[in-house]
Write a protein that binds this ligand. Structure first.
Ligand code: SF4
Length: 198
């Protein structure tokens, strides 16, 4: 499909993300995505339990240098946020919530490609090893040089690239402290994904 009006496509992608299950989505200029080496270093020290456990986590990803290059070559950055009850994110539902984030991010990436942005790439949060392959002892790509078990939906995590996710959502104009209006002001939690549209 030919590209026509970018704004029209971005509006369609925002609507698509919300329809797919995101609470909100917004376009940002790629230059506003803040990348910090020190944040990517946290994956290694103090060590995340999923460090080195999947093809989508450090040290197997291109890290801050890689995403900085991508940001220079992309026209748009689409931030996606899911807002949920804190208990869901911090309890037994966490892998399910993170999996949903991966799935929405991947679907928006695919939709951007369908609109002609063929190099679009999505970044989710949390390790795909936890959300998709927890029942398997190993990532198939790393252990067997095989295909990813979930290529349509598992995406790499922003953490390993040093994206400052808190600043990302603030840049989108969203508060990072959320309260439910209809549940006696209970604090909500959020998770975010990013699709570079290029
Ligand atoms: S096989 Fe599993 S752990 Fe490995 S990249 Fe794919 S989803 Fe992630």
């Amino acid at each position: 499909m030919q590209r026509h009006d970018d704004q029209e496509i971005i509006d369609a992608l925002v609507n698509f993300a919300v329809h797919a299950g995101a609470t909100k989505a917004r376009r940002l200029p790629p230059a506003s995505v803040r990348v910090e080496d020190r944040l990517a270093d946290f994956c290694r020290e103090p060590k995340c339990p999923y460090y080195g456990q999947s093809m989508s986590c450090p040290p197997h990803v291109s890290g801050p240098a890689g995403i900085r290059k991508l940001l220079q070559s992309c026209k748009h950055a689409l931030v996606i946020r899911i807002e949920i009850q804190s208990a869901s994110l911090h309890g037994a539902d966490r892998p399910t919530v993170m999996r949903l984030l991966h799935e929405i991010t991947a679907e928006v990436e695919t939709e951007a490609k369908r609109h002609g942005f063929s190099r679009s790439i999505g970044f989710a949060g949390g390790s795909c090893k936890e959300s998709f392959c927890a029942k398997h002892p190993n990532c198939r790509v790393l252990a067997e040089h095989g295909e990813c078990r979930h290529p349509r939906h598992a995406r790499t995590s922003m953490s390993g690239y040093g994206v400052n996710v808190g600043e990302l959502t603030k840049s989108a104009g969203w508060s990072n402290r959320l309260f439910s209006p209809d549940d006696e002001g209970e604090q909500l939690a959020w998770v975010a994904g990013l699709v570079l549209v290029c």
